[in-house]
Design a protein around this ligand. Structure first.
Ligand SMILES: [Zn+2]
Length: 135
């Protein structure tokens, strides 16, 4: 095994896996999130999964071993990849369109009060399972 200088080793650790389709670095997500949103996909329990962060790429998730799950295979749209009205608060089924309409007649503070995002255990678990970003 070759000996790495500390700086080289740190660089290797910081490399983020990139989407095989667009080469954009991904954001790691919990396997529970992928399993919950991709009912028809064969999720490999021994793999690591990442959310493709490119708005223009048709990939939803990709794995460290090279599997790609298209965004249209997910049970919910990924908000930053869609031009249509999509959920922004996945656990409450609130769309971006609903938020903008509410902003027009109310204040941002009222929106935040109505759709308050708490970190209570049950709701946090719901976010992990329903939000494609897993958080
Ligand atoms: Zn991609």
């Amino acid at each position: 095994m070759p000996i790495l200088f500390e700086e080289q080793a740190e660089t290797i650790v910081n490399i983020k896996p990139s989407c095989p389709w667009c080469l954009t670095p991904g954001q790691q997500v919990m396997i529970q999130t992928v399993k919950n949103l991709c009912e028809n996909s064969k999720i490999n329990e021994d793999d690591h999964y990442y959310l493709c962060l490119s708005p223009d790429c048709a990939s939803g998730y990709f794995s460290q071993k090279g599997e790609v799950i298209p965004k249209n295979a997910l049970s919910v749209p990924i908000w930053f990849k869609e031009k249509l009205s999509v959920p922004v608060y996945y656990c409450q089924h609130v769309t971006d369109q609903q938020v903008w309409e509410h902003v027009l007649i109310s204040s941002v503070a009222a929106v935040l009060r109505k759709f308050k995002h708490t970190r209570e255990p049950i709701l946090a678990a719901s976010v992990i399972l329903k939000n494609p970003a897993g958080r």
